[in-house]
Ligand binder design. Structure first.
Ligand SMILES: Nc1ncnc2c1ncn2[C@@H]1O[C@H](COP(=O)(O)OP(=O)(O)OP(=O)(O)O)[C@@H](O)[C@H]1O
Ligand SMILES: [Zn+2]
Length: 480
């Protein structure tokens, strides 16, 4: 048998078996859910006080009613390694078991965070993400496997979390968290983990947590660096106590969003897999500390942990204190409801949606047309000069044969002059290309505004960039 046929046949059989396994696991989870194994064990038990008075009487003074927590023996065994810790103990474990944590973003940060929360026995974990698993996610998004490609991230992650711990409840929300759905989704959770990758979502989550009076554990990771802090912290699980901030909220520290052009992203700038692994894991640790009531001073409240994976250094810096005039958490807030965070941050919450259209139509060509220009001698002036404006690292990774590199980040006066010289000394058309067709437009726009009009007709941008090149021209060209 041809080895390729054998591989295909085996993959098909395995997929069928997995489907069957998944159906059975889902049924098991459903049945276990009906039995309420997860949370019922952990309800505080009231015991008679030494005075012998009845505990059922609601008029009983607080001090004569002793509340003890009882864990079933399976739970003691299962969580013994953390129960032994004096910082957690039986009562800490019981608190974890009745806690509900919402993880927003099930990517590089959300995967490790949710894994450890599931392992620790957090009673309910909510997972929010609208995205599906992509091959480029797998080097860091450790709950997703090769076989999960193209399926929803929340379902992929929920599957694994349920296998890690079938005694917890995992709730999935396959949506983008936004101003309309956020309050309904987050209602009832004790804590939110911000594991997203964009600024509008950070402000949305901050305001949401302020309104719901719950803390926000916010993480971020890019390239070799990561950061972590807890915002708007409230006295732990003391539902009856008055609401008190102990640290600044995200808006106290960052009242204004950064300019959109300064914001980096993993897909544009890259990220080393273990970095979000470390930060997501620390988010879970802070969550466990917070939920088990570990001393306030020991939490990252009003402090920012900065991890540098290149130097292997960890720094903790103090954040600005609470702002008494904060727009959302001060005594007289100007923001009283969730708003339009994309407009506030002047950027989209979904990177894929960003599609610039800033050039006249005649300056834009398709990837197919560029290929024809390169191969069919369409112009008497010879094939076009192709200039790739992605970073040097990306250019080294893959490129159109014969193209030149001139990264957009460094495209200033010097590069403008170089292109001007090229336009003067040669008659070829110059075609700019980037990954998705946004940066190349920005560069061509700059040139149209900077070089003599007589040259404008020789400048082009490729619609959809190298992604379209891979789709229309070269199926072997890597899409990343
Ligand atoms: N408002 C939001 N609601 C729900 N999920 C969100 C929201 N904002 C971001 N996310 C999710 O947060 C996750 C962040 O993951 P990560 O930073 O690892 O990047 P990615 O988008 O998966 O990958 P890449 O940036 O490499 O394309 C993504 O899965 C994204 O879909
Ligand atoms: Zn504030």
């Amino acid at each position: 048998m041809d080895p390729n046929d054998e591989i295909a046949e085996l993959e098909y059989e395995i997929a069928l078996l997995r489907k069957k396994l998944h159906e059975k696991e889902s049924k098991l989870i459903q049945l276990k859910g009906q039995c309420q194994v997860a949370l019922d064990f952990f309800v505080d038990v009231e015991e008679p006080s030494t005075s012998g008075s009845s505990v059922s009487s609601s008029s009983q003074p607080q001090e004569v009613v002793r509340k003890v927590v009882k864990l079933p023996s399976w739970a003691i065994t299962r969580y013994s390694r953390q129960i032994i810790l004096p910082e957690i103990g039986v009562s800490g474990q019981a608190k974890l078991c009745v806690s509900k944590v919402l993880v927003v973003g099930v990517g590089g940060l959300g995967c490790p965070a949710a894994m450890y929360l599931a392992g620790a026995g957090v009673g309910q974990i909510g997972l929010v993400d609208y995205d599906t698993v992509d091959l480029t996610n797998l080097h860091r998004q450790v709950l997703h496997l090769e076989r999960d490609q193209d399926i929803s991230k929340v379902e992929s992650a929920a599957d694994k979390l349920r296998s890690i711990n079938s005694n917890i409840k995992v709730v999935t929300y396959n949506v983008q968290l936004n101003s309309k759905n956020a309050e309904e989704i987050a209602n009832g959770y004790h804590l939110v983990l911000d594991c997203t990758d964009n600024i509008p979502s950070r402000y949305l989550l901050n305001d949401l947590c302020v309104f719901l009076k719950i803390p926000l554990i916010s993480g971020s990771a890019l390239k070799m660096d990561g950061q972590l802090s807890i915002y708007g912290y409230k006295a732990p699980l003391t539902r009856d106590s008055t609401y008190q901030y102990r640290g600044p909220c995200y808006r106290c520290v960052f009242p204004k969003p950064p300019p959109p052009e300064t914001i980096g992203s993993c897909s544009a700038q890259g990220v080393a897999g273990p970095v979000p692994g470390i930060i997501g894991t620390l988010q879970a640790l802070e969550a466990i500390k917070y939920l088990t009531d570990i001393s306030n001073e020991k939490l990252l409240v009003g402090r920012l942990l900065i991890f540098d994976g290149e130097d292997m250094t960890v720094r903790i810096t103090s954040l600005r204190p609470r702002n008494s005039k904060c727009a959302v958490c001060s005594k007289k807030p100007t923001i009283r409801a969730l708003g339009d965070y994309e407009a506030f941050c002047k950027t989209s919450a979904r990177e894929q949606e960003l599609e610039l259209d800033i050039l006249p139509e005649k300056r834009r060509i398709t990837a197919t047309y560029l290929n024809r220009m390169l191969t069919d001698n369409l112009s008497k002036n010879g094939p076009p000069i192709v200039i790739d404006v992605r970073s040097e690292g990306e250019f080294r990774m893959c490129r159109i044969e014969g193209s030149l590199s001139s990264p957009k980040e460094k495209f200033g006066q010097v590069q403008m002059e170089k292109v001007s010289k090229l336009l003067k000394s040669r008659n070829n058309e110059i075609v700019f290309i980037c990954r998705r067709g946004n940066d190349s437009q920005i560069v061509v726009r700059q040139l149209l505004d900077g070089v003599d009009r007589m040259y404008h007709d020789r400048l082009y941008d490729v619609i959809g960039g190298l992604h379209q090149w891979a789709k229309q021209v070269d199926p072997d060209f890597p899409i990343y």
